[in-house]
Design a protein around this ligand. Structure first.
Ligand SMILES: [Zn+2]
Length: 102
């Protein structure tokens, strides 16, 4: 495998993953910014826009999010929840936790 670890997935690769019932596609920001450090209103726009992009690629609703670096603030978590996004406070191989009853 000669690809570098940071290479982004292509839209086709994202679509193929989204087709699997075992995969949940979640937003992860547009620029992989540490959102707790920048903490501006544009961070919420970044969450919205990263979700919109994934929804446009997959044709499916995207309601999961993992903050880059696992870095977040309480206002960002609240903003994400207002957008009906399930929030994962982990980063890496951990899976988003699902709200009770789902
Ligand atoms: Zn990341």
């Amino acid at each position: 495998m000669s690809r570098t670890w940071w290479q982004q997935m292509t839209p086709e690769q994202i679509r193929r993953c989204a087709d699997s019932p075992q995969v949940t596609i979640g937003a992860h920001g547009l620029y992989h910014n540490d959102l707790a450090r920048t903490a501006t209103t544009s961070d919420v726009d970044e969450l919205k826009e990263s979700r919109r992009y994934l929804e446009s690629v997959t044709g499916k609703a995207v309601n999961a999010l993992a903050f880059p670096y696992g870095s977040y603030t309480k206002p960002l978590v609240q903003a994400a929840r207002k957008l009906r996004i399930q929030v994962s406070l982990c980063h890496g191989l951990f899976v988003s936790r699902r709200p009770a009853g789902t």
